[in-house]
Write a protein that binds this ligand. Sequence first.
Ligand code: PMP
Length: 429
Amino acid sequence: MTKEELITKHKQYIFKCVTTYYKDPLVIDHAKNQYIWDLDGRQYLDFLGGIVTISVGHSNDKVTAKIKAQIDRLQHCSTLFITEALVALAEKLAQIAPGKLEKCYFTNSGTEANEVAVLTARMATGNYDIVTLRHGYSGHSQLAKSMTGMHTWRKGGVIPYGITSAPGPYCYRCPYGLTYPSCDLHCAKDVENVIQTSTSGQVAGMLCETIQGLGGVVVPPPDYFKIVANIVRNYGGLFIADEVQTGFGRTGKKWFGIEHWEVEPDFMTCAKGLANGVPVGATITRPEIADAYKGLMISTFGGNPVTCAAAKATIDLIEEERLLDNAEEMGTRFRHGLEVLRERYPVVGDVRGMGLMQGMELVKDRTTKEPATDLANQILERTRANGLIVGKGGLFGNVVRMSPPLNVGKADVDQALAALDQSFAEVTA
Ligand code: PMP
């Protein structure tokens, strides 16, 4: 089929809500390592990484070889049977997860991983209320939408009870009009007030991303999670770290985002980068919490041997090639370059992120901070024209998001920065 035919049939047969980037949608033909090629043979440097999913490069040779070997050996059997692929992955996750998080429930997506965490927290605590954060994103099921803190992702009716959102740690647009550190982390301490006023007073838990991804790469200040985890536990709840975007080295140096805040969560939910693009979801918790799950459970595809082989291969490669260090090193280089762009272009109001998860919030005016949504769209168009794929996010769609594979090198980072520089020059000329 031609590009035009594919675009037409996509419109005809796919739900309209499944939106695509760019005025002229990009039809991808194939991808390898850090590059994507469109149907016309144009090459792009991928600094979105399949939305924070391609951890070790597209169709990475080593990971793909293990996936192919597993397909030939055993493709599916369901959780009613035990496979080496399943057990080996679970054991590996227990080794790299913080503290005593060592039991896994495998599903197919981050949405399901969050659903499982919430349900298990409710069963383990006997409480029902869940606290979430404004500007957070939790997935596309009804429960996950209810926990999402942006109206754009909450249409169609959410669950009307049991979920309460607290103002988030969004320092650039502090909901209390305060400034860190003189704010004395008011947003974290206010979670207690939220529990006292907007829940039954006893909670099942609090679920939050360690860095809000779709919300616009919002990085909570140091000590934030220590304070909120403590409050939530004081009110009978468990602390659930959504590591769907931040897991597996994305933030540099550590396996999981929450480790930067030196908090041991009660649950971690994972997906995206865990299996380098093969669909996966994992909820990891302590044995006594996991064992509180009542009743039967089956996830037909959860723990699928091919998925598990892909995930184990991805983690092994991250370890073998020391990609936690590379993500930190390349993240620092990239961040430095983004800061230079902020100096150069007043439309860049804020640069934030960790490791190879970085964002630039675009504003019309640095004093009023009015979101520059159109400009972000133009940047997406221009970066594409300049051979670079980046993403966008934020409640106002004005945050440019970048999350390349963890094994990018200096030349890739410099090429991305040059393409961004050129694109900003073009749209602000
Ligand atoms: N949590 C976070 C932080 C996410 O970014 C996403 C997906 N963008 C999800 C949960 C849901 O994951 P999935 O799309 O795999 O259901």
